[in-house]
Design a protein around this ligand. Structure first.
Ligand code: ATP
Length: 356
């Protein structure tokens, strides 16, 4: 278990920016995720931690050791890639044993370690199978076993689930998390899938165009998004813009249009935007923060679209000039139809003021 620290690390590819000033401190045993859309710099950052790229600027430390320009094979990291990078004609045992043979361990030690790793990923009966005779999910587990068998200080996972179908992805997600907790290995995980990031991570770093947008626990990122990008990238959100018409203590009243006025409380613990009467402000209301019936921030609208998921009834509701996504938890309530009127309300804490 080691910590991983990036001290204002940047990577340029010629004149093109890969990532800029990434500063993170991953704690020993932590599950830390890089999340963001394609091209935001997740893989570039991971590759610098692995040693495949050297930073243009900044330093990388494992515990107190400066590894910025250390060769990859001297870093004691385990790595799983999106395409697994297994040897297709070799057996499961041979693939997992590969890293140990490079280290010139004795045959009996290798056998013991490989068998333990196979058991860890539930492949104990598959040692003699060739990789090309395995399912995608089994190949994924071989890749994981191969990364873990060397007892790495740090485990790096680059979109390890993206080649699996939805059901298997969910199962494997739980399996990776179980292993990580059991082994306590410091893990850095790259994904563009917010559900993976939210469900597996201790902390998430959200990136956009090579720049860190926010670092925090899943709850912090979801409940207190640092800016417009994070609020819209993580989960569903109704983004509104309006004019501040009243500020009274921490209570702020905003007029979006003549039919839509909302009042919210400025969150003292969040990075708050500067608000002034007469100025514009952006706000976010999550679909699940809107309720059917009578209450604070009373709204009246017309249903445009109905979607039943089993867990919830999702409506698109036109309120004034805005169209709001509304998620009502299904408790057997009556489902309304397109064209019906609906009364909605938003508790003040459901209104979140946002920085640009
Ligand atoms: P994806 O999810 O698509 O893999 P990513 O978030 O991992 O994306 P990176 O692969 O880290 O993104 O790329 C970050 C930026 O650096 C992109 O603009 C990309 O075009 C650029 N880049 C990455 N590798 C190179 C390279 N070898 N040469 C030039 N530019 C590169």
């Amino acid at each position: 278990m080691k910590s991983v620290r990036l001290d204002n690390v940047s990577k340029m590819f010629g004149t093109a920016k890969g990532v800029e000033n990434v500063a993170i401190d991953v704690k020993p045993g932590e599950f830390f995720t890089f999340l963001g859309p394609s091209g935001c710099g997740k893989t570039t950052t991971l590759r610098m931690i692995a040693g495949f790229y050297y930073p243009t600027k900044g330093k990388i430390f494992f515990d107190n050791r400066d590894v910025t320009t250390l060769q990859p094979n001297k870093r004691n990291i385990g790595m799983v890639f999106q395409n697994y990078a297994l040897f297709p004609h070799m057996t499961v045992f041979e693939n997992i044993a590969f890293g140990l043979e490079v280290r010139k361990l004795s045959k009996s030690v290798i056998k013991e370690k490989v068998e333990r790793a196979q058991k860890l990923v539930h492949l104990d009966k598959y040692g003699n199978r060739k990789i090309n005779e395995l399912s995608g999910g089994q190949q994924q587990r071989v890749a994981l076993a191969r990364a873990l068998v060397i007892e790495p200080d740090i485990l790096l996972l680059d979109e390890p689930l993206s080649n699996l179908d939805a059901k298997l992805r969910e199962e494997t997600r739980l399996e990776i998390k179980r292993l990580q907790v059991e082994l306590g290995v410091t893990t850095i995980y790259v994904t563009h899938d917010q559900t993976e990031a939210m469900t597996m991570s201790d902390r998430i770093m959200v990136m956009k165009e090579g720049v860190v947008q926010q670092i925090g626990s899943p709850q912090e990122i979801y409940n207190k998004p640092a800016n417009h990008f994070v609020a819209s990238f993580i989960g569903e959100s109704n983004m509104l813009e309006g004019e501040v018409i009243e500020i009274s203590g921490s209570m702020v009243k905003v007029k979006v249009d003549s039919d839509l006025q909302v009042e919210g409380v400025l969150d003292p613990s969040a990075d708050k935007p500067k608000l002034e009467v007469g100025k514009k402000v952006k706000l976010s209301i999550r679909p699940e923060a809107i309720f059917e019936g009578q209450g604070p921030n009373q709204l009246h609208g017309t249903i445009q679209l109905v979607e039943f998921t089993g867990v919830s009834i999702n409506y698109l509701v036109k309120v004034g000039s805005a169209t709001l996504k509304v998620m009502i938890i299904n408790k057997g309530n009556q489902i309304l139809s397109r064209g019906d009127s609906i009364s909605l309300y938003v508790p003040e804490k459901g209104v979140y003021f946002i920085n640009e």
